[in-house]
Write a protein that binds this ligand. Structure first.
Ligand code: ARG
Length: 246
């Protein structure tokens, strides 16, 4: 009888290789998070993350496909291969990092507070909101929700599926405050100056990064080197100016 030889185990395919083979980079995000990913009047996705994703795909020589996914279920969707990467302004947290790998942060933000105007004199920082008489709206599954639970635990917390619903509650005076990422709140407040006031000093530290499935060094290596390149060659700065300074 012959000598038993173990069948060679095929090298595990990285997400990067799968993308190149498919010819499409599938990007998961949750649209409505201005200025990172929004839908314009023509129904197209636009924003900082959208432009970055397009640049990444172009560099890889593949097409890009956006997979709009509710934030609350976005990590499970990544883990079940609904898309290749989350490019959706995801904050790197130790808890999320147990389940996914993050590329190097591409921007740093923090939580801020948008108040209904009537409360502006009374509330000067997040600590003033720490009372059951104050109602705070957050978006489900966000670091805004986590920040309120951790740092403003006595306040009355109201969770909303979309940031638009949460935002409306503050505009209509149904809740006292909305806690979310600074860039979003800056735009929200500037577009509703009669109704709300922005306490724009962040009270958390939040690096945002692209998330991929764990154990995929190839893809992580490509993303990190790509980020270093665009941060050094001016293309990141151009995009930043376009979406954050205009
Ligand atoms: N940075 C916050 C978080 O990680 C909010 C991100 C929301 N992103 C979105 N595409 N809706 O929870």
């Amino acid at each position: 009888c012959g000598i038993a030889t173990a069948a060679p185990t095929p090298a595990p395919t990285s997400t990067l290789d799968a993308v190149l083979e498919r010819g499409v980079l599938r990007v998961g995000f949750d649209a409505g998070y201005q200025p990172f990913e929004m839908t314009n009047k023509q129904g197209q996705y636009i924003g900082f993350d959208v432009d970055l994703a397009k640049m990444v795909a172009k560099e890889m020589g593949v097409k890009v496909e956006f997979v709009n996914t509710a934030w609350d279920g976005i990590i499970p969707a990544l883990l079940t291969n609904k898309f290749d990467v989350i490019m959706g302004g995801m904050t790197v947290t130790p808890q999320r990092n147990l389940r996914v790998n993050f590329a190097d942060p591409y921007i740093v933000v923090g939580q801020t507070i948008v108040l209904r105007k009537e409360k502006a004199g009374e509330i000067k920082s997040f600590t003033d909101l720490n009372d059951p008489k104050y109602k705070i709206a957050v978006k489900l599954g966000t670091t805004g929700e986590q920040a309120v639970k951790r740092l403003i635990p006595k306040a009355t917390l109201l969770q909303f599926e979309t940031q638009d619903d949460a935002k409306l509650e503050v505009i209509n005076g149904k809740v006292d405050a909305f806690v979310y990422d600074l860039p979003y709140n800056a735009i929200f407040a500037s577009q509703n100056q009669g109704a709300v006031v922005h306490l724009d000093k962040p009270f958390t530290f939040e690096p945002l990064a692209w998330a991929i499935r764990k154990g995929d060094q190839d893809t992580l290596n490509w993303f990190n080197n790509y980020l270093r390149q665009i941060k050094g060659d001016g293309s990141y700065d151009r995009l930043y100016k376009k979406w954050f300074e205009s």
